[in-house]
Ligand binder design. Structure first.
Ligand code: SAH
Ligand code: SF4
Length: 339
């Protein structure tokens, strides 16, 4: 049985060819899947009943289930999805009142091997990679369930996208070509896997690269992220400069703010120094509590002071709005199960 979600136009044509139907039928099916986001072949009402019956014998729309759906008081929706093998990941839909944007935060792996000290996903360890179709299913599920069209995708759910790069790149291509989501509306966030960043530079990626830096120096980064022992900040900096040179794109630097650890005046100065010759915007992420550690979120005054110090260095700095914390859908709170 073919699963239609995640198939390209050409792949759908192979199915319609086998049923001796025209290429136009493939076009119609493609639209029903990606733009009208139907859940079943029966909803494809511009296909004849007879053809739908034939199609149903060889294909179905999806094999992914919504296991749990939670809606936050701020409108954020978190889905726990279950794939046919029983593995689950979260996908989150964020709406920002003042914008027409609908952003899907997708997972790229079940669990994560990088195991950063502040992150609930990492605590589970690595379970498996998601296929590109499983990544695509997350956005289709949101569209089917809400009837809305996703306009932006960020790879900031479970997993390290650059450790599953082939599937992530293929999913991005489909978001681009089949969902008509522009390359610049896609963001890949990474803990800093240097060889893969170099590869993205060679590929001249036009989507946004976001780097989870989170520390102003090697010592603090080592405490927070084991990956610093393998890919350290000095080498990372070279890779980032190379990336900007090759692609011409501005990088987003993500910086988690943890009380009394990396939110000091000294830290802000060191960070500004580290970033001074990298073309980037900075996104500050006040730490979201997880059960697994006792880090704390700084108070608003310290956050604003840190922001001010960085702005003073000439960078554009934003503070990430916390979304869906009441349903554990905020950054770092995803762990693929219901408590
Ligand atoms: N693995 C990738 C993408 C997923 S995480 C990466 O690490 O970049 C998405 C973002 O949420 C990352 O910047 C991550 O560092 C951040 N994050 C993880 N745990 C968090 C927490 N408890 N509070 C706030 N942000 C967190
Ligand atoms: Fe993995 Fe990212 Fe969580 Fe680190 S922050 S453990 S890289 S998902």
């Amino acid at each position: 049985m073919e699963i239609l979600s995640g198939l390209t136009q050409q792949e759908i044509e192979q199915i319609t060819d086998s049923l001796k139907a025209s290429k136009f039928r493939a076009r119609q099916i493609h639209n029903w899947i990606y733009l009208k986001s139907v859940s079943s072949i029966d909803e494809m009402t511009d296909l004849s009943v007879k053809f739908r019956e034939e199609l149903k014998k060889v294909a179905k729309v999806s094999d992914t289930k919504i296991k749990v759906k939670q809606v936050s008081s701020d409108g954020t929706i978190k889905y726990l999805l279950e794939y046919p093998d029983g593995e689950c990941v979260e996908t989150v839909l964020m709406r920002f009142d003042n914008r027409a944007n609908l952003t899907a935060c997708v997972s790229s792996q079940v669990g994560c091997a990088v195991n950063c000290s502040f992150c609930a996903t990492g605590k589970r360890g690595f379970i498996r990679n998601l296929t590109y179709k499983e990544i695509i299913e997350q956005v289709l599920t949101i569209q089917r369930d809400t009837g809305l069209k996703v306009t932006n995708v960020v790879f900031m759910g479970q997993g390290e996208p650059l450790l599953n790069l082939d599937n992530v790149l293929k999913a991005m291509e489909i978001f681009n070509e089949d969902f008509y989501i522009g390359a610049r509306r896609l963001t890949v966030s990474t803990s800093g896997i240097i060889p893969q960043i170099n590869k993205l530079a060679e590929l001249d990626m036009q989507s946004t690269l976001a780097i989870s830096l989170h520390a102003p120096n090697h010592e603090i980064r080592k405490q927070l992220m084991q990956i610093e022992n393998k890919y350290n900040m000095n080498d990372l900096k070279k890779a980032l400069k190379n990336y900007v040179d090759k692609t011409g794109r501005r990088i987003t630097i993500e910086y988690l703010l943890i009380k009394d650890l990396n939110d000091t005046v000294e830290a802000a100065k060191q960070l500004a120094m580290y970033l001074h010759d990298i073309k980037c915007n900075i996104n500050l992420i006040p730490y979201n509590p997880t059960a697994e550690n006792d880090y704390q979120r700084p108070n608003n005054n310290s956050i604003m002071k840190f922001k001010y110090l960085l702005e003073h260095s000439g960078k554009k700095v934003t503070v990430r709005l916390e979304r869906g914390a009441d349903i554990d859908a905020a950054c770092g709170q995803l762990k693929g199960k219901v408590d």
